[in-house]
Design a protein around this ligand. Sequence first.
Ligand code: 4NP
Length: 159
Amino acid sequence: MAPTTPYKVLAVCLGNICRSPLAEGLIQRKADEAGLNWQVASAGTGNWHVGNPPDPRSRAVAKENGLDISHQRAQTVTSTLLEEYDLILAMDRQNLTDLKSRATEQQARKIKLLLDYTELSKTHGPDVFDPYWDDSGFEGVYRLLEEAAVKVVEIGNKK
Ligand code: 4NP
């Protein structure tokens, strides 16, 4: 039997070192646990950190929670990624605007604001807070992304 093609999910933030690597790791883990054939990746709208592993603070909070994201390397959003991925999840409204400005009309339909898509914006507001400038934010971002990852997989499971 031919292997089925995976459902491809791309998490996007600004630097691809703090938020979206955590989102990638968490969504991939929840999808794997649910037995889904999902391929999850992440990218940044900016290119400052291309080739770098996730921020040590993101790696640390992931590790504390039994999640290893240290193999990841930052990449920039490209038209190829926008074409190849089935669902593209922006961490905040600026990321969403930047993504849509680079996307074709057809690609733009696949781009969602993570917290709107998961309906967590009703309780948490629209944006996954950027923790880069403040060490104290990483734990909260992890918890929020964990909640969001559960919902993303639930929504995907119903499709
Ligand atoms: P991220 O956080 O978008 O969650 O990866 C940031 C990382 C780096 C920078 C900004 C935000 N930066 O300006 O270098």
